[in-house]
Design a protein around this ligand. Structure first.
Ligand SMILES: C[S@@+](CC[C@H](N)C(=O)[O-])C[C@H]1O[C@@H](n2cnc3c(N)ncnc32)[C@H](O)[C@@H]1O
Ligand SMILES: [Zn+2]
Length: 278
């Protein structure tokens, strides 16, 4: 695995038992769960940035129900295809990895496809990364900011950015020339049935990440994954709600009507794109 760099001075970090240390004497302790916290207190914009504990727990409970497993398989297939023939170790970074559902499945699938993959999962939420540690013991898990990735320039073979905020400059910086970027973002029909329960006027988001990547990336492939799935009990519906940003914006009437639901048919609609670092 490639060495990390010090978020304070950018010197390489040397790994010692349960500690990372740079030549300037900056040191970072390993958390009990196994992850490294490289988020500098002085650069945090909030005391507890990223997804909170409740959102992380809801995301884990929802993803573990398996409704997004076909999406995860599709992502793995695209990655394996794009990395096929790579005969050296593949440095893979899952940026905004959350609680590690997709990350751990990618690691397994790529190993099964015969690739020698070193996975780093990075998220700004310590709650998410703590949970992610339980998904894989072989991956390296980091609490850090995606805007300031603690990896050497041009050291990464592939980045996955799944439902997470786009940070074009920092992604371009750590990717090798020709390195891959796999993006997933919601299509206009994604969970539309849930959003119709919450908002009186559901509109297309107009979000187009590809337009923001043109300076550093070329588009290689684009796909759309769409399928229906059904939640068949009230707990699952509440869990899904808990992992989306919609729950915070819920009006009391919508909260009550969603609580009363015991079944909800939903659409998964996700855009996938594979880009290459120029
Ligand atoms: C919608 S979640 C997606 C998580 C995971 N990729 C998944 O699909 O299950 C977005 C994640 O981005 C993280 N995040 C937000 N801002 C970030 C930043 N500046 N750097 C790194 N991660 C960030 C959040 O903590 C959250 O875990
Ligand atoms: Zn340092």
């Amino acid at each position: 695995m490639m060495p990390l760099v010090c978020p304070l001075c950018r010197e390489p970090l040397e790994e010692q038992p349960r500690q990372l240390r740079c030549s300037n004497g900056h040191s970072y302790d390993q958390a009990r769960q196994g992850y490294w916290n490289l988020l500098l207190v002085q650069r945090k914009r909030s005391l507890d940035p990223g997804d909170n504990a409740a959102m992380v727990q809801a995301r884990r409970a929802f993803l573990d129900q398996g409704h997004y497993a076909p999406l995860s398989q599709r992502i793995n297939g695209l990655l394996a295809g794009a990395l096929a023939g790579h005969d050296e170790a593949v440095e893979l970074l899952d940026l905004g990895c959350g609680e590690g559902y997709y990350s751990a499945r990618m690691e397994q699938a790529l190993c099964a496809a015969g690739l020698n993959v070193s996975l780093t999962g990075l998220d700004i939420s310590k709650h998410a990364v703590r949970a992610a540690c339980q998904r894989s013991r072989t991956a390296r898990w980091l609490v850090a900011s995606g805007a300031d990735i603690p990896l050497p320039p041009a050291s990464v073979d592939a980045i996955t950015l799944l439902f997470s905020r786009l940070m074009p400059e920092s992604m371009a910086k750590v990717l090798k020339p020709g390195g891959l970027l796999l993006l997933a973002w919601p299509g206009d029909a994604h969970l539309i049935e849930l959003r119709r329960h919450i908002y009186s006027d559901v509109r297309p988001s107009g979000y187009d990440p590809l337009a923001q990547l043109q300076a550093h990336f070329s588009l290689e492939q684009q796909h759309r994954v769409q399928y229906p799935f059904t939640l068949t009990d009230s707990d699952s519906i509440q869990t899904l709600l808990g992992m989306t940003p919609h729950s915070q914006r819920l009006a009391p009437e919508a909260r009550t009507s969603l609580h009363a639901l015991t079944q909800l048919g939903l659409t998964l609609d996700v855009n996938l794109a594979v880009l290459k670092r120029l």
